[in-house]
Design a protein around this ligand. Sequence first.
Ligand code: FEO
Ligand code: CA
Ligand code: CA
Length: 634
Amino acid sequence: MSNDDIGVNPSTEPSFSALVDMALSRRTVLGGIAAAALVRQVDFSTPARAAGMAGPSLTFAEAPHSIGESHQVAPGYDASVLIRWGDKVLADAPAFDPLGQSAAAQARQFGYNNDFIGYCPLPLGSGASDHGLLVVNHEYTDSWLMFPGLTEKDGATKVTREQAQIELAAHGLSVIEIRRLNGHWRVVEDSAYARRITLDTAMAVSGPAAGHGRLKTKDDPSGRLVLGTLNNCAGGLTPWGTILTAEENFHQYFAGVPQGPEAAAHKRLGLVGKPEYSWGQYFDRFDVTREPNEPNRFGWLVEVDPYDPKAQPVKRTALGRFKHEAANVVVNANGRVSVYSGDDERFEYLYRFVSRDRVDLLNRANNRRLLDDGILYAAKFHADGRLIWLPLIFGNGPLNPGNGFHSQADVVIEARRAADLMGATPMDRPEDVETNPVTGKVYMMCTNNTNRKAEQTDAANPRANNVHGHVIEMVPPMVDGQPDHTALDYTWSVFLLAGPKGQGRYHPETSESGWMSAPDNLAFDPAGRLWISTDQGSAQATNNIPDGMYAMETEGPFRALSKFFYACPRGAEMCGPMFTPDGKTLFVAVQHPGENKGSTFDAPSTRFPDFQPGMPPRPSVVAITKKDGGVIGS
Ligand code: FEO
Ligand code: CA
Ligand code: CA
């Protein structure tokens, strides 16, 4: 391939296109994920569907666009709860007992607030759509919905040590094995793959910050071994069969007003001694006055191998430290991988990492260090429609000792400040960013930003007081018919403006049910149609629409014709959309049902999904299938 232009010895390495051919003919050697990713990579000449067809390819009748105590799906579909907070993950887990919780039980049960869902086919390399592993993030805990006698204000003050230990065990990830039999998905009990990852799970640190003094603590003088992962929001699959899980709002767990050399860096991440949790009262590492470097060990992307329950997760510091919403990997024609990740906070940035080396799709073990060497970039959106990637490299421009950067470790630890100095564009909460597998274009959800003033608007963030958010489409240049996600220069445009009709901008035929607010995460189905999940937060009540799933085409005459597919129950946000490779199952995560104002364990606004007296609302993973067994959406 003519654009095989990276610095490897051509006499010893087969070309990447030859590797693709080998990979496709040896699917059992590879992860099915990798093979699927490559099949999608190799032909961008055919749009998702021919322009000029009679009607939209999404033919479902819309779900009720109204808030209820339960969830609602489009007619003709089944939405079944697969697993809930407290359900058994490990074989010896006790049954969930809301009034008899313990940390030991929770560490074996499904954690709280499911977010990212990764579907990994079984066996590895099969591409199966009826048997696989689900890797699920547990982003955070709501003490007042988990335990009796608390209100939303009490999270940092009245939560006891015992309850805090349960919260620690309710964070992290779960890995479960699932199987579809007679049309129904079930969790496989006693699976050898079943795993809970909690704040007690040891994780390695790799990349430029590994072993750096700023990561060393009393408990870990090596700076290379961290206990646990925090606030795992969304994530992404890698083509070699691992997943990346994104550490987002880690600042909220740390008590103590930062002082000393880390104070400014902590402040840049919002860590100012106003925790949402009580943990700092009980555990020294969550008090920055006792352990000032502990926060530097969070805010990373963590790689987990779900196929090996003993594999130690690895924090990949080359991809930068900020409030990672998600991470999505795409393979370039030259074999290098690009990883997109948004920093979900108002006025923060979009980042991209490009690996130095090529992915090895024949031997997954050879990708163990792929995400440790490469270049991290931040995005600058120009008004003329160009997008420029700014390299965050120690020694480049202002990233020098005069500005407090003494190595690449400092650059990745303070990626936000590095991006500030390089002139990246402050966005309206850049969240999930993902590549359309059919067209190669990249889509970014900008959730909202009510703090943006009129004088702060720009082409990429065009609305002051942006209550409803927007979606940006980014187009990498095509090189030899392949999108080049390593290029320094893309083009971009606004794909849609969210909000009710009159305020939003969609396809003109979008119905009264098709408008959304706060686009947050996304998934593409195998046909390249865009499925957006929303998170309105407390604005759910004022907007008076549920959070849920919206589907649309991205090309052709029905571009941005948004249709409402699935409604969350009251107080919940929609997370984790993930299709099986055949597009016949859509997994979604109903996060924090009943988390609206005034709702508590004792008097919840919904008891989804059990609706039993005394049973609190339970975050749940839901499997959506079509009653006739067909492809979701069409
Ligand atoms: Fe965890 Fe940015 O949502
Ligand atoms: Ca989000
Ligand atoms: Ca979210």
